[in-house]
Design a protein around this ligand. Structure first.
Ligand code: ADP
Length: 252
């Protein structure tokens, strides 16, 4: 495989239990540069836990997470703090609830990560933050506090905050599920634009219409394993597995 074709991210044999509850029972996936992967599946099937393991918010019990050009982290062996930091720096996560700091303005929220965690000069971080805010139509909200924004605007700031970290991979955990229905569209538009711009993304969502249009691959999770995977036109229209069919029938 030439370097051009080699995946940006490879995950193999990912396992995670919380006490006696095995949440991930051997998850394998690959993400190619510029691809959009959509994870679907019933609540509690382990989708969020996969994202959290990739972003270093959870530590898997076993499995290998490998980014092209490093790091490669084998969670069956001893994992150092350096490994953990290197892994965390590759991706940025957008949460279901935007998780903005309520006491900081929009621009302060966006520059916090680059300045505090990555040591970017404040003036440079502000320039970049302003450009990103303008791109999602929020330039004039620069000095507003999160409580002064609509849910959709808050979530767009959450996305900008992730972009400001300049990650190789964007992780979205149900980015629209906490929004009122009329606000979902404006956030999906931003996600679609990011996909068109070539961002590599892994998205947990129940928005199947969005998945059909934007995903390169859809992965169906159930009980901690990937039951079925494929192009959206195949998996969403002609699922091969009974479990996938039952899940989709309930949603449609
Ligand atoms: P999904 O995103 O598919 O809804 P999750 O990954 O959020 O699923 O959760 C999978 C399972 O892991 C659930 O049973 C959930 O209760 C459990 N779980 C997730 N995080 C924790 C935690 N920090 N402590 C204990 N159990 C957890």
């Amino acid at each position: 495989m030439s370097p051009v074709d080699s995946p940006l991210l490879k995950v193999g044999g990912l396992e995670k239990s919380f006490g006696a509850n095995q949440v991930l029972a051997g998850v394998d996936l690959e993400v190619r540069r510029g691809d959009v992967l959509v994870l679907i599946g019933p609540s509690g099937s382990g989708k969020t836990t996969v994202l959290r393991c990739l972003n270093g918010l959870e530590t898997p019990d076993a499995g290998i997470v490998s980014f092209e050009g490093g790091p490669t982290v084998d969670f069956s062996a001893k994992v150092t703090r350096v490994d953990r930091t290197a892994l965390r720096d590759r991706s940025a996560m957008v949460f279901q609830h935007h998780n903005l700091f309520p006491h900081l303005t929009v621009i302060q929220n966006v520059i916090e990560g680059p300045v505090q965690a990555h040591g970017v000069r404040k003036a440079d971080a502000i320039d970049r933050a302003e450009a990103l805010l303008a791109r999602v139509g929020l330039a004039e909200k620069r000095d507003a506090y999160p409580s002064e924004l609509s849910g959709g605007q808050q979530q767009r700031v959450g996305i900008v905050r992730a972009l400001a970290l300049q990650p190789q991979l964007l992780l979205f955990d149900e980015p629209t599920s906490a929004l009122d229905p009329e606000l979902v569209g404006e956030v999906l538009i931003v996600l679609r634009e990011l996909a068109d711009e070539g961002w590599t993304m892994v998205i947990v969502t129940h928005e199947l219409g969005f998945a059909r249009e934007v995903a390169d691959e859809v992965l169906f999770f159930d009980e901690g394993v990937i039951v079925e995977r494929g192009a959206p036109s195949e998996l969403l229209r002609h699922p091969k597995k009974e479990r996938t069919r039952r899940f989709l029938d309930r949603l449609l």
